[in-house]
Design a protein around this ligand. Structure first.
Ligand SMILES: *Cc1c(COP(=O)(O)O)cnc(C)c1O
Length: 386
């Protein structure tokens, strides 16, 4: 095992950032292909940046965010937080007291770690379900959480979404929706309604997922609950600062469903190419992915022996993709606890116009390289901790 804990994951991330720096220094930004679907963009005009230096700026951007944010998420009141995880923590701090319970429904494991971690901090018990028959809301429940689209882009069925919300509301329990990517994926690709339209009391989305915004968390929902969450966010410094709010407003204004819709047909083409040679790929709404389990199965099928764990395999392949092909995937650069599955998002701006055959050839070569390297633990280690 190479990557065993959060510290190893932090070191792995530092290696990836170092490789990115080297690639940028050698060949410039155009040598990198970010297929994470997380853009981290920062759109701002000179005039807007100048406003940031005065006290006027925050007043203006926060007001504009109320308008843009409500259009994007619905709801009565909007709150900007530093990250989606910050919004989840602030909500759980505000709504789930010690000794109460939090029930979470999602389409597929794993859930985002910020949800159980936040429950642990407040001393609330926590349970998560992917089977609606098993989903339950014990008597001491203070909050129900629904994930609209998981980290791996598994989208909840709208009827189940509604069912969970109704179950919670029958018992007067508020519902928080983790719609990090779902706020766009569900609506643009699956024609689902906004979480607030489905009755969610609070929703949080990530402003850099599948939209040209900065990494940040945008919340909306019932005004009384948003106020409570806002108090906690301010008390613990979880709120977004004015520069982030400015870029969030422009990210929302520049978001279109077009890239997401275009990616749907391209992913079918990409998938068929990969499928001819490999068993490990599966489709996502806007691309393809390989899970930890299927990468290991693929090695078994080919009788390739490795001492690496499933997770290590994902990390190793992600580092090969990055170092030798400039392809950025989440396992290389992700925060500790992020999903280790390798996802290629074809709606990402860097590949939206790229020839699919060219992308296939790069990915194919990276896999061949991975098959070789994973048999040598020392060499694998040297790349992961580059
Ligand atoms: C990305 C994601 C988060 C966390 O977003 P951060 O910006 O890393 O805080 C939470 N939940 C889901 C489902 C996600 O996909």
């Amino acid at each position: 095992m190479i990557v065993n804990n959060s510290l190893d994951e932090v070191k792995k991330r530092e290696s990836a950032l170092k490789i990115i720096r080297e690639i940028i220094n050698d060949g410039g930004r155009d040598s990198l292909y970010d297929v994470t679907g997380l853009s981290g963009g920062f759109i701002a005009s000179e005039q807007e940046l100048n406003l940031l230096e005065t006290y006027v700026g925050p007043a203006i951007f926060e007001d504009e965010l109320q308008i843009a944010g409500k259009e994007h998420l619905g709801g009565e009141k909007v709150l900007a937080v530093n990250r989606t995880s910050s919004g989840i923590l602030a909500s759980i701090l505000a709504l789930a007291e010690k000794g109460t319970h939090v029930s979470h429904f999602l389409a597929e494991f794993p859930a985002h770690p910020s949800i159980p971690r936040s429950c642990k901090i407040v001393g609330a018990s926590y349970d998560e379900f992917i089977d609606i028959e098993k989903f339950n809301i014990p008597d001491n429940t203070s909050l129900v959480v629904v994930t609209g689209s998981t980290m791996d882009h598994k989208v909840i069925a709208e009827n189940l979404f509604k069912e969970v919300i109704d179950m919670a509301h029958e018992r007067d329990i508020p519902v928080l929706v983790d719609d990090a990517s779902g706020a766009r994926l569900r609506t643009a690709v699956f024609n689902q309604r906004k979480a607030t339209e489905l009755g969610a009391d609070l929703v949080v989305t990530s402003t850099d997922k599948l939209m040209p915004g900065p990494r940040g968390g945008l919340m909306s929902g019932r005004a009384d609950l948003i106020d409570e969450v806002k108090i906690k966010a301010n008390q613990f410094g979880l709120e977004a600062q004015p520069p982030l709010i400015l870029a969030m407003v422009n990210g929302i204004r520049n978001y279109t469903e077009e890239n997401l819709v275009n990616a749907i047909s391209r992913k079918d083409e990409f998938y068929s190419l990969l499928r001819e040679k490999y068993d490990m790929f599966e489709k996502t709404p806007t691309g393809v992915r390989v899970s930890e389990e299927s990468i290991k199965n693929q090695l078994d099928i080919l009788n390739i022996e490795t001492e690496l764990s499933q997770k290590d395999c994902c990390f190793l392949w992600a580092m090969i993709l990055l170092k030798d092909f400039g392809i950025i995937t989440i396992p290389a650069v992700g925060m500790p606890g992020a999903s280790a599955s390798i996802r290629f998002d074809l709606s990402a701006p860097d590949v939206i116009d790229m020839d699919i055959n060219r992308l296939y050839e790069m990915v194919d070569s990276s896999i061949e390289e991975f098959f070789n390297l994973c048999q040598d633990v020392e060499k694998s280690k040297n790349l992961i901790f580059y």
